[in-house]
Design a protein around this ligand. Structure first.
Ligand code: GAF
Length: 374
């Protein structure tokens, strides 16, 4: 099925936006800290044309369903399900003073759903690109992630940070995106794994997601409570060399653990960036593994399947391995010699089989381009 089968006629264009993996820097985004994602080749594609003013129609190949909403539905809660992500973009554009043109949108995607690879942000970002171009709206690229995030926060109701939309919109092929989530300044860090004889194996744990939204919101609330108790705007403002003092001032053990994760994770991002700038890709392995331990022990967002995948990958010779994304399931990244990828994959599969886990699915990731018009 294509745009013509659904709506008739031809689209005015096709806009794409990728999913992402985050190399390092987890849950640091809403703490005003640092992240280092790269875009993956899996992406959402939106073939689109202008339509009647104030009316939006969207078809999804994933559900086979066409939804329709109008300006009267631009209040949070009025459109639900996957359509909410489409409506959220129209709503957020308006909130920021941009009038989205009425449009017909045919949406396909090969970003795995519910795997922590930002299928939602890729949908929002592709729709955003389509509406901006169809409407001839002058929205600077630096402002676009915050618009998509606003829609997700307030229209969809997910309290996510700005990592996923920034990655989907601002990443560049062959580069990781070093983003300061406070200033929103970016640096594109060359990340050519193949040239170094390396690969990132992405291992989808296929663990069932449980309590994800509530746990995410709880982590965010804990970080905000810790920052407030410490009298800083955000945990990013606690320096690494002041961490012990800060921890001594928190009387809640959970808040101490959450704070330690964020402060040390920001430092790991900065050290990863330094190593990549110096061309030492293998050197980032131990930082990835330390990040995983911090997410497991201090931030408490991993599950058994991801811990087993990390341990099996390391035992099979990965330079480093860590869960990527929000947690409670999702994917693990393992940094491996290209020649060792099959062996590491096999070791994880064996470890899963021994525990009767649902088998993992894997792919090797390359750093793909961010959102663009085809
Ligand atoms: C999810 C959120 F959407 C991001 O904003 C980020 O907080 C991430 O979890 C954890 O780093 O993907």
């Amino acid at each position: 099925m294509s745009f013509g089968d659904i709506f008739g006629g031809v689209p005015e264009g096709t806009w794409v936006a990728p999913g992402r993996v985050n190399l390092i820097g987890e849950h640091t985004d809403y703490n005003d800290g640092f992240v280092l994602p790269f875009a993956i080749p899996q992406r959402t594609e939106v073939a689109a044309a202008r339509g009647e003013d104030g009316v939006w129609e969207a078809w999804s190949a994933l559900t086979g369903e066409t939804i329709r909403f109008t300006v009267d539905d631009l209040t949070p809660g009025a459109v639900e399900g996957w359509g909410a992500y489409v409506a959220s973009v129209v709503w957020a554009l308006r909130e920021r003073g941009y009038e989205a043109p009425g449009a017909r949108l045919a949406i396909t995607s090969d970003v795995p759903l519910g795997a922590g690879l930002s299928s939602s942000a890729s949908l929002e970002s592709a729709v955003l690109g389509a509406l901006i171009d169809l409407g001839g709206l002058d929205v600077p690229v630096e402002e676009r992630p915050a618009i998509a995030q606003l829609g997700e926060n307030r229209y969809v109701g997910m309290p996510s940070g700005i990592l996923d939309q920034s990655a989907s919109i601002r990443c560049r092929e062959g580069h990781a995106l070093f983003l300061d989530c406070r200033s929103l300044e970016v640096e594109h860090i060359p990340f050519d794994l193949a040239a170094a004889g390396l690969a990132i194996l992405v291992i989808n744990s296929n663990a069932p997601h449980q309590l994800v939204d509530g746990e995410y919101a709880a982590r965010r609330a804990s970080c905000e409570a810790a920052a407030s108790a410490l009298g800083v705007p955000a945990l990013r403002d606690v320096p690494l060399d002041g961490l012990d003092d800060a921890l001594a001032r928190l009387d809640d053990e959970v808040l101490r653990r959450r704070t330690r994760h964020i402060v040390t994770e920001d430092d790991r991002v900065l050290r990863t960036v330094e190593l990549l700038r110096a061309g030492d890709v293998r050197g980032i392995g131990p930082l990835m593994t330390a990040s995983h331990a911090s997410m497991r022990d201090d931030f408490e967002i991993t599950v058994e399947q991801v811990d087993v995948a990390v341990a099996a990958a390391l035992e099979a010779g990965a330079y480093g391995a860590r869960m990527t994304g929000g947690g409670f399931g999702g994917c693990v990244l393992a940094l491996v010699e290209t020649s060792a990828a099959d062996e590491v994959r096999g070791a994880v599969e064996k470890a899963y089989a021994a525990r009767s886990f649902t088998p993992p699915t894997t792919f090797t990731a390359t750093a793909a381009p961010g959102a663009h018009r085809l």
